[in-house]
Design a protein around this ligand. Structure first.
Ligand code: PLP
Length: 427
């Protein structure tokens, strides 16, 4: 058997940075990642047999906990009939029906294989539909690794200090304009200047890739109104928030209707899936009904659809989100209390199933505030928690996730670990 360290040394030989997605490498928190052998419910076990209470849930998909029996059964049953057909299959039709039923703004939907694919396709569609070329995104928001989005991006790009990636042609980056998140006046000013050149505004309605930042009251509706006024399509990137913060996503929570939305993570139940959808008149422009090209060898894959549908069946159960919200409150209230008890300047943000931890006494509502927090303190806290068997996101610029599988004992154990980690933070 390999230890975590041995595996990482091996990985470094043939995989850039030893990982297949940058933030997994622990670069910002320091140290070496562990290698997961298996996962069940609220827990991960590494290759050395150490158990962690997991507050990442594969970066969002595992809202019902790891490996729920019904999802595993659906995957196994579907896989017996074949892994991929390259023809239409019934499960992708059921998936489209389900997504359109649960999210009213989706009049049509197209399945893809990742959140990145969904956002890339959505902006191509927005450009094709409006015949305009510019797009607007927000500082610290992350929409996957498509060229157009690696401009002042969040998540791993922010963690590693490369929010503008080399390799993105300047001519393309020039078409992506950025605005400060949660600042409606800045949006009004920019729209007044160049609104008629902009195809779409893409936003994480709750920002989860610069830690977790909630929209100010009226902010999303304000953007909606501005977009309508200027003929700009509003795209909600709900890859993270979709089916997490409410059954109908952040758009349901805030009562704001986008023209297009993107999804991923939960709708694949742990398999590689993304989707984009929205207004019928826009979606009809996609090939083969329309001229905007987008395709995928494995799109609508039956096994992935089975995992996603089984997961959606779990979140559709009555009371699912009330219970998840209650657990989120229990955890975050508890963390705030133990931090206060230890005299550590600390604040939290939270919504259903998702939270942010900030080493500052301010309530954080902006990118500037998030990046001005005590990042070294977060890094020490991360390692303090890891040593005590609790796995938080290995970066101060990622949201935390809690699942339906976390029970009150897990939360109590987390708070005991946090109390001790906070008390040792400045020793
Ligand atoms: N959009 C948002 C809001 C995300 O959080 C992510 C990934 O974390 C993506 C898009 C990209 O999704 P994927 O990693 O599946 O390509």
């Amino acid at each position: 058997m390999n230890t975590n360290h041995e595996l990482f040394q091996r990985a470094l030989k043939n995989i850039p940075g030893g990982v297949n997605s940058p933030v997994r490498a622990f670069k910002s928190v320091g140290g070496e990642p562990f290698f997961t052998q298996r996962a069940q419910g609220a827990y991960l076990w590494d290759v050395e047999g150490k158990r962690y209470i997991d507050y990442i849930g594969s970066w969002g998909p595992m809202i019902a906990g790891h490996n729920p029996p019904s999802v595993l059964e659906a995957v196994l049953k579907t896989a017996r009939d074949g892994l991929s057909f390259g023809t239409p299959n019934p499960l992708e039709v059921t998936m489209a029906d389900t997504l359109c039923r649960l999210v009213p703004s989706l009049q049509m939907v197209r399945m893809v294989n990742s959140g990145t694919e969904a956002t890339m396709a959505a902006i191509r569609l927005a450009r094709g539909f409006t015949s305009r070329e510019k797009i607007i995104k927000f500082e610290g928001c992350y929409h996957g690794h498509g060229d157009a989005f690696l401009v002042k991006a969040g998540s791993g790009a922010l963690t590693l200090g490369v929010p503008n990636s080399p390799g993105v042609p300047k001519e393309l980056a020039d078409l992506t304009l950025t605005l400060p998140y949660n600042d409606l006046d800045a949006a009004k000013d920019l729209f007044a200047k160049i609104g008629d050149e902009v195809a779409c505004v893409i936003i994480e309605p709750i920002a989860g890739n610069m830690n977790c930042i909630l929209p100010r009251d009226g902010y999303l509706q304000g953007l909606r109104d501005l977009c309508t006024q200027h003929g700009i399509l509003l795209v909600f990137d709900e890859v993270m928030t979709g089916f997490r913060v409410a059954l109908g996503g952040a758009q349901q929570l805030y009562g704001v209707t986008p023209d297009l939305s993107t999804f991923g993570k939960i709708i694949g139940g742990g398999m590689p899936v993304g989707a984009y959808g929205g207004r019928r008149d826009i979606m009809e422009k996609i090939a083969p009904s329309g001229p905007v090209y987008q395709a995928g060898t494995l799109s609508g894959n039956p096994v992935a659809m089975a995992a996603g549908l089984a997961t959606l069946a779990l979140v559709e159960q009555p009371g699912f989100y009330d219970e998840l919200h209650r657990k989120t409150r229990l955890l975050t209230d508890g963390l705030l209390a133990v931090a206060t008890d230890a005299g550590v300047p600390f604040s939290i943000t939270r919504t259903c199933g998702m939270f942010g931890l900030f080493f500052t006494s301010e309530h954080v509502e902006t990118y500037q505030q998030a990046t001005a927090c005590d990042i070294p303190a977060f890094n020490r806290f991360f390692h303090g928690m890891l040593a005590r068997g609790v796995y938080l996101a290995p970066s101060a610029f990622e949201a935390g996730f809690i699942s339906a599988a976390h029970d009150e004992n897990d939360i109590a154990d987390t708070l005991t670990a946090a109390s001790s980690a906070f008390k040792n933070l400045f020793k």
